[in-house]
Design a protein around this ligand. Structure first.
Ligand SMILES: C[S@@+](CC[C@H](N)C(=O)[O-])C[C@H]1O[C@@H](n2cnc3c(N)ncnc32)[C@H](O)[C@@H]1O
Length: 317
């Protein structure tokens, strides 16, 4: 694919190939004239396909916290009276969607994580393969940047982020080395410090994990995911669906438990007679993953996991 467009008059948009496109859109749309939300608009790949499958009275809100994504998706989709973009964090879903539409939404899509554009754009500071400032904020109004995490957090906090959010076992020596080499200004400098303490054989994996951990902390990704899942029950109608594509086990665990039980412990509450009280139930028992062909065409899809759930009658009320 060689399509590249300009965003912000300066930046070239790095195309993002939508993951599990047909599987997710087929699962999402149960009523072609319904109201839908794409909570992670990105380059608009999923949104375009959703619109292709909606009738003339169907409608779609596309949410993203990143101006560059909103601009790219708007130019890709063009003028379509059925489509409205919303700038904001999906963690505040119920506030972003007009109150008169609460309880009306037929489906919500969440294609979690970062886009190819965000990763490849060195200035955004997400990637250890590009040299850029330590930023990693998906939205420019997000509280802290990677610079603060790397340069201001205590040893214990850094170690825990790298261990829990990055799932990196060598979190102690890495956190210690970061602190000894402060201040670090760029992703290249952070890369050098991490590489100096990890086993050569696992260098790339360790780098990916450390960068993932810091990114999750900067964007409060797990808190925002919990929040959007809970708030989705406010805006969905009974029978409305959430379709979530996650890219690492921390996200997938939260999605799986919530879809099973409507809480993050994954424990289904029961009434006095033993009837389940879950406000939501999974549609697919088996998680859906990309085909070998999709992964070979688009390696970024390799860890994707798709889950689908439906709000039950009376769920969330
Ligand atoms: C994997 S990309 C989505 C790609 C899109 N499905 C496509 O096919 O072009 C994820 C997008 O979600 C956005 N995003 C991630 N977390 C978000 C949040 N909490 N609130 C709003 N947008 C978020 C990112 O800025 C990014 O543009």
């Amino acid at each position: 694919m060689n399509r590249k467009t300009m965003v912000h008059n300066m930046t070239t948009y790095h195309p993002h190939i939508p993951v599990l496109l047909n599987e997710s859109v087929d699962a999402l749309i149960t009523d072609t004239e319904g109201l839908y939300i794409d909570g992670t608009l990105g380059g608009g790949g999923h949104s375009k396909e959703i619109l292709n499958n909606l009738g003339e009275n169907g409608r779609l809100y596309g949410i993203d916290q990143d101006d560059e994504a909103l601009e790219e998706a708007s130019s890709r989709i063009g003028d379509d009276p059925r489509f409205t973009t919303i700038k904001g964090n999906f963690g505040y879903l119920a506030t972003l969607i007009p109150p008169q539409e609460h309880g009306q939404v037929a489906g919500i899509l969440l294609d979690l994580g970062v886009s190819t554009h965000q990763i490849k754009e060195a200035e955004r500071g997400f990637s250890f393969q590009e040299d850029g400032p330590l930023d990693m904020r998906m939205g420019k109004f997000s509280g802290i940047s990677a610079y603060q995490v790397v340069n201001e957090y205590s040893y214990e906090k850094l170690r825990d982020i790298i261990f829990h959010y990055g799932e990196e076992k060598q979190s102690r020596p890495i956190a210690r080395a970061i602190i000894e080499n402060r201040p670090l200004e760029t992703t290249g400098e952070l890369r050098k410090v991490v590489s100096s303490v990890v086993n050569n054989r696992y260098e790339v994996k360790s780098l990916a994990r450390v960068f993932q951990g810091i990114r999750i902390e900067v964007n409060r990704e797990l808190d925002m995911l919990k929040s959007v899942l809970q708030e989705s029950l406010e805006v969905l109608k009974p029978g409305g669906r959430i379709v979530a594509i996650s890219y690492h086990s921390l996200e997938d665990r939260l999605v799986k438990r919530f879809f099973k039980a409507g809480n993050f412990e994954g424990k289904i509450e029961k009434d006095f007679y033993g009837n389940p009280l879950s406000p939501i139930e999974p549609v697919n028992k088996q998680v859906i993953t990309p085909s070998e062909k999709e992964v070979s065409d688009n390696p970024a899809a390799r860890s994707a996991k798709l889950r689908i759930a439906e709000k039950t009658e009376g769920g969330g009320e």
